[in-house]
Design a protein around this ligand. Structure first.
Ligand code: GLU
Length: 483
């Protein structure tokens, strides 16, 4: 282990610790990704821990949504999932240890008293913290009480952060934190420290929004006599208007992007660049990410979420993926067929080969799987619809004579390949003194029902001679009826 960022326990063991109170958002996914890549880069372990001590706000649905999102992005964890809700006894045991070592005490101040004293302190211009009244009162265990941390530290607590450098806090303002509530549930800061200690976490990599918790956690580690993990707080993600990312900026949950037809590799590639860079490289394979990722190139200012760039990256991944790899991901986006052109294509039957060829022709022209699925409709179904755009672009009865002529010439083509098709159309264009567009546009409309498509010869080869001719006939009829 030679990396300069590796100052913490050995070996590397990191964790992603979501609270299951909602979907896996881009920020959470980035935290998970950074932890995953850090573990893989250093040959360490990636632990998944579900922080579900808040029984009111935690839901099963959020747990499975978070797991789905991680699985979709390929962020495999090595250990867990561990659930804090199943470790309640352990937190109470740790609290008893702190009580007996004098690092914690029982407090029976009522919420009303606390509130009144807080107001008094504020009115007197003092910081509104717990006044330590119960520290030496030996509150009996059979009275309703909370367990507080006995904070005796004075001076500075320095968080030596791998991303932000040294961040200094005044120990006295850190308060006698509640560790266990009166209902015997642990607070966040307490459960996290016990878990990070028990799970031998070497590096705590998490969002910047936790930086104020870190000095409190450091004091707890010290009280427990456990050596500190290294800390790395990742800056927030903002929208293009430079405010904290929220629903206002569009979809923020990772699975919403899956459902809109984004590819997981594009998503990973996009998310990793929210805060991390490697020279000026933009596109990374998974193997490259694992090879290059480390914390020394994570920036310390917020990153900006730019949906346009994500779409651009997705289009790039669409274009460069192989049709065979896209097919399984595309299946949920393919329309129902009434009269399938390639029967069985969706269940890797004999038609799959045709479908893969169609995907390969189309993938470079669409930006998402959703767009690709829609564009492929005429290649799956004989009953495709004519786009309303076509008529606007001149697909009218005036095209009937040229389509009749195209039909006549194509019918005579024996070898249905690129050269012969190109030859047939070229001679038609020359002999009738037309421009290629005057033939190709109506022909494209007839074959696909759309105004854009891959090259017209590729389309005809994909459809085959019989289907191409029957579509030209159908278009002639359609245009005759609509005139
Ligand atoms: N459960 C916390 C959250 O979802 C993360 C805690 C941590 O990483 O320490 O924000």
């Amino acid at each position: 282990m030679t990396s300069p960022t590796l100052s913490g326990k050995n070996p590397v063991r990191v964790r992603f610790a979501p609270s299951p109170t909602g979907a896996l958002h881009l920020g959470g996914a980035r935290t998970a990704l950074f932890n995953y890549l850090f573990a893989r880069h250093h040959g360490g372990e990636f632990v998944l821990r579900v922080e579900d001590t808040d029984r009111e706000r935690s839901t099963e649905e959020s747990v499975s949504g978070i797991f789905d999102g991680m699985n979709w992005l390929g962020l495999e964890w090595d250990s867990g999932p561990f659930y804090q809700s199943q470790r309640m006894e352990r937190y109470l045991e740790a609290a008893r240890t702190l009580l007996s070592s004098g690092h914690a005490y029982r407090c029976d101040c009522s919420p009303d008293d606390l509130e009144a004293r807080r107001k008094e302190a504020m009115a007197a211009g003092l910081p509104p913290r717990y006044d330590g009244r119960c520290r030496n009162r030996n509150v009996p265990a059979d009275r309703p009480h909370v367990i507080r941390f006995h904070n005796t530290r004075k001076g500075d607590v320095v968080v030596s952060d791998l991303i932000r450098g040294n961040v200094t806090f005044d120990a006295e303002v850190l308060d006698d934190l509640v560790l266990v509530r009166s209902d015997r549930t642990p607070t966040y800061n307490f459960a996290v420290v016990i878990d990070d200690a028990d799970m031998n976490i070497s590096h705590v990599i998490r969002g910047d929004d936790h930086i104020n918790n870190t000095p409190r956690q450091i004091l707890l580690f010290e009280a427990l006599g456990v050596s500190l993990p290294a800390f790395a707080h990742i800056p927030m993600i903002h929208g293009t208007d430079r405010t904290k990312l929220s629903k206002r900026h569009g979809a923020t949950s990772v699975t919403a992007y899956r459902d809109m037809g984004y590819l997981p590799d594009a998503m990973v590639n996009y998310i990793v660049r929210l805060g991390w860079s490697h020279k000026d490289q933009e596109i990374f394979s998974r193997a490259e990410l694992i090879e290059f990722f480390d914390l020394d190139h994570v920036g310390s200012s917020p990153s900006i979420f730019n949906p346009e760039k994500l779409l651009w990256l997705n289009a790039h991944y669409m274009k460069t993926s192989r049709g065979t790899d896209l097919l399984p991901q595309l299946l949920p986006f393919l329309p129902e067929e009434k009269d399938p052109l390639y029967p069985g294509s969706k269940d890797s039957g004999p038609g799959a080969e045709h479908l893969i060829r169609a995907i390969d022709e189309w993938k470079g022209r669409t930006r998402t799987l959703l767009e690709l699925g829609e564009s492929l409709q005429p290649f799956l179904d004989r009953h495709f619809a004519y786009s309303p755009e076509l008529a606007k672009k001149g697909f009218t009865a005036e095209n009937i004579p040229v389509l009749r002529e195209v039909y006549r010439r194509l019918e005579a083509v024996e070898l249905w390949d690129h050269d012969h098709l190109s030859e047939a159309l070229k001679s038609l264009v020359q002999e009738l003194s037309l421009k290629l567009g005057q033939v190709a546009s109506p022909l494209r409309g007839a074959l696909t029902g759309q105004t854009v498509s891959p090259g017209i010869h590729e389309v005809m080869i994909l459809l085959g001679k019989q289907e191409s001719l029957s579509r030209i006939n159908r278009a002639i009829e359609h245009l005759g009826e609509t005139s």
